[in-house]
Design a protein around this ligand. Structure first.
Ligand SMILES: [Zn+2]
Length: 69
């Protein structure tokens, strides 16, 4: 799987959640970073896009289930 943030090949230390992977290097960067540092917004944007897609998928599934009732 490829890293959600840097699109690099994820290693064994990668963080995986909800079908996405963040490599050890990016995870460490995120943990160390503060909102003042350049690049933080870019990482947040990647997360926002990812969660938006997840939420939309969940909502669509919910609506789809509703149709069956
Ligand atoms: Zn990465």
């Amino acid at each position: 799987m490829e890293c959600l943030i840097c699109r690099g090949e994820s290693d064994h230390n990668c963080l995986a959640f909800c079908g996405a992977v963040i490599c050890g290097a990016c995870e460490a960067r995120l943990m160390e970073q503060t909102a003042d540092e350049p690049g933080y917004e870019i990482h947040l944007q990647a997360f926002r896009l990812f969660w938006q897609k997840k939420l939309l998928a969940l909502r669509d599934r919910h609506l789809g289930n509703g149709d069956w009732v």
